[in-house]
Design a protein. Structure first.
Length: 99
C-alpha cells in the first residue's frame, strides 16, 4: 500500500472519529450481511429513530452492563463455604527422568 493510500485511510478514519463513528468488523452469517449493514447505517444516524432502534435492540437481546464481582459472588454462594477443606498441594520436585 502506498503512502498516499495510507494517508487517505488515516484521514478518512479521523473524519469518522470526529463524527463519533468507529470502524469495526463483525462475524455473522452471509444471509445476515444486508441486515447488519442496514442496522449499522440506521444506528449511525443521529436521530430519535436511531435512539429508539438502539433501545429496542438492546432490550431484545437482553443487553445488561457487565457487573463486577460475579465470580466472587458465585464462590461465596458455594455450599462448601466454611467447610474447612484442605486444598493445599504437595510441592515436590517431580519425578526423575532419564534423558
Amino acid at each position: 500500500m502506498s503512502e498516499a493510500q495510507k494517508r487517505a485511510i488515516h484521514s478518512y478514519r479521523a473524519r469518522l472519529g470526529e463524527r463519533g463513528l468507529a470502524r469495526f468488523e463483525v462475524l455473522g452469517r452471509e444471509a445476515d450481511r444486508d441486515l447488519i449493514r442496514s442496522l449499522a447505517r440506521r444506528l449511525a444516524e443521529d436521530s430519535a429513530d436511531a435512539s429508539h432502534l438502539r433501545s429496542l435492540v438492546a432490550q431484545s437481546i437482553g443487553e445488561e452492563p457487565p457487573q463486577k464481582g460475579g465470580i466472587l459472588r458465585a464462590l461465596m454462594a458455594s455450599p462448601l463455604i466454611g467447610s474447612e477443606l484442605d486444598l493445599s498441594r504437595p510441592r515436590d520436585g517431580g519425578r526423575k527422568t532419564d534423558l
